[in-house]
Each structure stands twice: as C-alpha cells, then as structure tokens.
Design a protein. Structure first.
Length: 223
C-alpha cells in the first residue's frame, strides 16, 4: 500500500503542507478534505496541476491565536496523494487523500505563495531493529484482526480484505491503525513511530482493547 517508489525526492524540497488542528494522515489511510480558505484553494489548484502530493501537518496546541499566520506544526507528517477531487461552483474543493509515506519536516520555507511550503525528507519506516519481534507482532495483529472481523456486525470482510492488500508488516500496522484508531494523539504517536515492530505492537494493543469491548472473551492475548 502507498506508492513511495514514484515520489521524486526533489519534490520534497518545496512541499505544500495543509496544517489542520486534529487530523493525522497515516500511510495507507484515506482522508476526505473540504478546502474553503482562499490560500488552500490556491494550494489545491497548484497540487492538481503538479504531482498531486501534499502533506497534512497537525497543528500543535495553542495554534488558535496565530491560525491565519504560521502556527507551529508537528514535524512528523503524513504525505498524501490526491486521488479524487471536485471543484464546487463557488471555488471550494472536495478532496480525498491517500496516505503514501511518512515525512519529516526539515525546515519551513520563506513565504512565496499564500500557502505554506516546507523542505522535507522521506522517513524509512520499513526497517526494524527487532526483526523477530516484528514477525511475532505481525502474526498477533493478523490473528486479532481476524477475531475482530468475526465479531463485527458490519465491515468484517472489508477488514480481512484490507489485511490482504498489505505488502509488508509495517504497512499492515499503518492500514489497520488508519482504519480503526480515531484518537488524534494516538495517531500522531503512531505517525512518529518508525520501527514496524513498535507500530505493530501498539496497533495490536488497540485491536485487543477493541475486542475486549465488543466481545470480552475474544480480546485475550494471542500467543
């Protein structure tokens, strides 16, 4: 899932960012956006005319006083590709982004356009310092998700289909987290978690807790 291989690193030298207060785009996840501010309408048009890539940057607490300026954002961001767009009659846009990679902001560029741009680097998030733990945690997450699919009233087959689409343990953790974890702080922590083993363990813990809520006997640890 994702499409890191066709991202030109040179494009990240002037990457548009969309700062939002409580939105975290994880690789493999989908995010609908309603773009109405003039500066972000301009950004959207430029993105659609170019590589269709932009980063969703979560605003740090206290942004309200300087929202229309350049309030601080978390340096770890989700890079997204616009996969669907509609321009409304009044100039607003409806977009759907698909998360394709993690990025780290190196520095914010001087204001040239009405919207914000940064220099960023792609994060290597597919190599683990604990390969054995990655294997174990991946198997545990798959088993927990299979149990969860079996107790859901709706969406069980979609969850199993999502698992089949994942091409690596790390992408599996991201896809499941993007689908099931709604808490923005937890999503930001996962975005900042680069080792696949750690992401798998955090996501498995969340799925286990969800199972305990839906079917207590199903949420027990998987050996």
């Amino acid at each position: 899932m994702g499409a890191r291989e066709d991202i030109d690193p040179a494009f990240l030298d002037g990457l548009p960012i969309f700062p939002l207060p409580n939105a975290v785009l994880l690789p493999g996840g989908l995010m609908p956006l309603h773009v109405f501010e003039p500066r972000y309408r301009e950004m959207t048009r430029d993105c659609l005319d170019g590589a269709r890539l932009l980063a969703v940057a979560r605003l740090k607490p206290g942004y309200e006083a300087t929202y229309h300026e350049r309030p601080a954002v978390y340096p770890a961001c989700g890079l997204g590709r616009i996969i669907a767009s509609e321009e409304l009659a009044d100039g607003r846009f409806l977009l759907v982004l698909r998360g394709v990679a993690r990025i780290q902001i190196v520095r914010e560029l001087p204001p040239v356009r009405s919207y914000r741009e940064v220099q960023a680097t792609l994060v290597d998030d597919d190599r683990s310092l604990r390969p054995n733990a990655t294997h174990v945690a991946h198997a545990q997450l798959l088993a927990l998700c299979d149990r969860l699919a079996s107790v859901l009233d709706r969406g069980g087959e979609e969850l199993r289909s999502l698992l089949r689409e994942c091409n690596s343990p790390g992408s599996c953790a991201d896809a499941i987290a993007a689908a099931l974890i709604m808490d923005h702080c937890e999503r930001q922590k996962l975005l900042e978690t680069y080792d696949p083993a750690d992401r798998l363990e955090r996501t498995a813990d969340h799925v286990g807790r969800l199972l305990c809520q839906l079917a207590p006997c199903e949420g027990r640890a998987v050996n």
